[in-house]
Design a protein around this ligand. Structure first.
Ligand SMILES: Cc1cc2nc3c(=O)[nH]c(=O)nc-3n(C[C@H](O)[C@H](O)[C@H](O)COP(=O)(O)OP(=O)(O)OC[C@H]3O[C@@H](n4cnc5c(N)ncnc54)[C@H](O)[C@@H]3O)c2cc1C
Length: 407
């Protein structure tokens, strides 16, 4: 029997340590801060929790030990991220939050030794933050071959010009990884773009605004790169490799989001059940009603699917097997499950769910972006359909398009 769902003891141990830390340290602090409504109190509290996490050896779990991390692979990270997702800032406190987590992975795999020292080292140490600047307001983010930001080679470096938006975490970041077009005539078009490091204090780097989203200002910035000059060694991963680098980055980064979203969705289901057990009507509680039970069972079913999909995708990445199709299916399913579970929880809370008195309002606003970031729903559905057709045409069956090497 090749499949063994028993968790290895080291994964159980790590999960329990992180769970305890989140339950005993992070959740009570967040609850206290939320109740206090003192926005100034958050930063010092989060800094102190980060120091505590580091002292307890639960720091940068996704990074190798030689870089100061815990050296966990994607499967163990699934458990860590799900625990983080049950809190608001757990991932940041452990230094494995987006977009730094994805940027660290990318640097580890594509950075030169000098780039790693300059950018990866301080990132893993928690001495700085970073951002990833690819999407533009004037062209479809779903088709990065159309990017208009250019990087032109000059004698002693490159000059970048263009406008990006939704560069998350830009304000306060030390550097951006910018994807720009270097070779507009390249064939295939995926070879048009290259990646560059741009220091955020570069005189050509201008934050235009922190975009006001439906969830408020989340440091998703619009940025103008105006004659932004960078040295030759700012090129990251080789000329024409911008698309490839983005794809490699997005596999594990998409999955990390999914793992955290599972934690969010479970929190919403906890709230749904708690409310249903307490709300009395017609001589009983809401939880007695079959229609309300249906919301619980559908949510539980979908979350179970999410967990299995995340674990299988994590396994594929960990084993170095092709993962694109499974990660697409997982990303789509988890993002939509998150949305549905929060919606059901709001419904069960009635008017209270529609108010801003519970966390559900904020959770729903944030959850809406899950169906857009890291590839919109339709992009993943198209990829899945292409793979179904390809498998049928080449293998005579869709079997491997419905979960490679599964049943
Ligand atoms: C909260 C948030 C944070 C983000 N953070 C970052 C970041 O840090 N860095 C960064 O570079 N970008 C970031 N993004 C941008 C994100 O990656 C893009 O929004 C996404 O790639 C979609 O691009 P777009 O918004 O230009 O939509 P478009 O590409 O214009 O697509 C619009 C819609 O068209 C539909 N569509 C697209 N492709 C297809 C298709 N093949 N078939 C059918 N329909 C289709 C979808 O419904 C899609 O939502 C962030 C976005 C959000 C909302």
């Amino acid at each position: 029997m090749a499949i063994d769902f028993t968790l290895p003891p080291d994964v159980t141990e790590v999960r329990d340590r992180i769970r305890n830390f989140m339950q005993n340290e992070v959740t009570p602090t967040e609850e206290r801060l939320r109740a206090g409504k003192d926005t100034q109190a958050w930063r010092p509290a989060l800094t102190s929790l980060r120091e505590k996490a580091r002292a307890e050896g639960i720091w940068a779990p996704h990074m190798p030990a030689e870089w100061g991390g815990m050296g966990l692979g994607p499967v163990a990270m699934a458990f860590v991220s799900a625990e983080c997702g049950r809190t608001q800032f757990g991932a940041y406190i452990l230094n494995c939050h987006a977009p730094d987590e994805g940027n660290m992975h990318t640097l580890l795999h594509f950075g030169t030794p000098e780039q790693k020292e300059r950018y990866l080292r301080p990132l893993v140490n928690g001495d700085c933050r970073s951002c990833f600047s690819m999407t533009e307001p004037d062209v479809a983010g779903s088709d990065p071959t159309a990017l208009r930001t250019t990087a032109v080679e000059v004698d002693d470096g490159w000059v970048i010009n263009g406008v990006k938006w939704f560069t998350s975490g830009a304000r306060g970041a030390r550097f951006a990884i910018v994807i720009a077009c270097t070779d507009p005539d390249a064939n295939p078009p995926q070879a048009r773009n290259s990646a560059f490091f741009v220091e955020c204090d570069n005189p050509g780097f201008h934050i235009i605004r922190d975009i006001e989203t439906m969830a408020g200002r989340g440091n998703h910035c619009e940025i103008a790169y105006r004659d932004c000059k960078v040295p030759k060694d700012a090129l990251f991963g080789g000329r024409g490799q911008g698309h490839r680098l983005g794809q490699v980055r997005l596999g594990p980064a998409r999955l990390a989001h999914c793992m955290r979203w599972i934690g969010n969705a479970e929190t919403a289901l906890d709230m749904l059940v708690d409310r249903a057990l307490k709300r009395e009507l017609h001589g009983g509680v809401l939880a007695d009603k079959q229609l309300i039970q249906l919301k619980m069972s559908e949510s539980a079913l979908e979350l179970y699917q999410c967990k299995l999909m995340v674990l299988h995708s994590a396994y594929l990445i960990e084993k170095g097997l092709p993962f694109r199709n499974e990660v697409s299916m997982t990303k789509h399913h988890v993002a939509n499950t998150l949305w549905r579970v929060i919606d059901r929880a709001i419904q069960v809370h009635g008017a209270l769910g529609y108010s801003t008195d519970t966390a559900l309002e904020s959770m729903m606003k944030h959850a809406r972006s899950a169906r857009l970031v890291d590839g919109a729903d339709e992009v993943h559905l198209s990829q899945i359909a292409r793979h179904v057709i390809e498998c049928f045409q080449t293998e005579g069956s869709v079997r491997n398009a419905t979960g490679a090497e599964l049943l």
